[in-house]
Design a protein around this ligand. Structure first.
Ligand SMILES: [Zn+2]
Ligand SMILES: [Zn+2]
Length: 327
């Protein structure tokens, strides 16, 4: 039975099908036999002498590097550019000012997050936070977006594990949709919509994949794609970068667990994860709640979806949650 579901935060509509024939392993996969070091990979140790600028480096005990942050060599935006806003007829234009950094997560070419130890994942998350806190000082930036493209179907240009950070002079539409809608909800009910969703999900337990002391992973009610996941902190917090040491370590655990379940059930799919956090210029706010969206790239967007903004999800999120809980 198909159903049209509305996402309570973005008000986006989704058509969910109940496809009993959907085979979770029938998707393009990231090869399992990648080498530890690839002589053609610009991020692998030995080839990285070509990297001419390093923004940040975390050393290991033997003076090698564990994590390296570099500028994107084909940046979408340039930090050196002066911020200039202008009207061009009825159109608005802003100079391509921003920062675009690449976080090389590991010296090893073939290690996804599900194979890393918790300390190494915590180091990646701390790097996200430290880079955000540094860039946040630049008053030109309104938003700092952290995301990860894993595999060619997710826009990953290299198999070597990396994430990206983009500092923007404007707030992205997806984020302002979420903040505006959650503010409306707050004005009406005096509660955070995300906190309410968490309570609701934990109460009926149909879409909970994993719960720990401080986090919950769910398959969202109106999942856009099959096997979409959302990691939410159970404590209210609007800014991702306010995490303490313990919360970082627990998040590393649950992130590893989520990626493990996806890789196992979908045979190492391409996927994206995106950290949604409140804009950097706002203080802690009561109506917005940071979270991580994980989207496996199982099928391409079709005309109906492009044209209408509807997404078509072949599987019920409840079935996916049940399936993933068993992994
Ligand atoms: Zn590599
Ligand atoms: Zn909340």
């Amino acid at each position: 039975m198909s159903e049209i579901r509305r996402d309570p935060i973005t008000n986006r509509w989704i058509i969910t099908l109940d496809d009993k024939y959907f085979n979770p392993s029938s998707v393009s996969s990231i090869p399992v036999d990648l080498p530890q070091v690839d002589k053609n990979c610009p991020f692998c140790p030995g080839n990285d002498s070509k990297i001419n600028k390093v923004i940040f480096e975390l050393k290991d005990k033997n003076d090698g590097w564990k994590i390296k942050v570099i500028p994107n060599n084909r940046p979408y935006l340039m930090v050196e550019k002066q911020l200039k806003k202008q009207g061009r007829g009825i159109f608005d234009v802003i100079s391509g000012t921003g920062a675009n950094e690449v976080i090389i997560e590991n010296p090893l070419h073939n290690i996804d997050i599900d194979k890393l130890d918790i300390q190494s994942i915590s180091d990646i998350i701390k790097t996200y936070i430290n880079r955000t806190l540094d860039l946040k000082k630049d008053i030109r930036f309104e938003y700092i977006f952290i995301f990860r493209n894993r595999g060619p179907d997710a826009g990953g240009t290299l198999f070597h594990p990396y994430s990206q950070l983009i500092a923007l002079p404007v707030i992205p539409k997806r984020i302002s949709e979420e903040t505006e809608s959650s503010l409306k909800y707050f004005e009406l009910k005096n509660r955070c919509i995300f906190c309410d969703i968490i309570d609701n999900e934990l109460m009926n337990n149909e879409r909970v994949v994993k719960e720990t002391e401080n986090y919950v992973v769910i398959t969202p009610f109106a999942s856009r794609v099959a096997f979409e996941l959302c990691i939410l902190p159970k404590f209210h917090s609007s800014h991702f970068y306010n995490l303490n040491e313990l919360q970082i370590s627990e998040l590393s655990n649950i992130l590893k667990d989520s990626i493990y379940r996806l890789n196992k059930s979908l045979n190492n799919p391409s996927y994206n994860y995106m950290i949604h956090t409140a804009p950097v210029k706002s203080e802690e706010i009561p109506y917005y709640h940071w979270h991580i969206e994980i989207m496996p790239r199982i099928k391409r967007t079709e005309g109906f979806e492009w044209g209408t903004g509807f997404y078509i999800n072949p599987t019920l999120p409840e079935d996916v949650a049940e399936y993933l809980r068993k992994i």
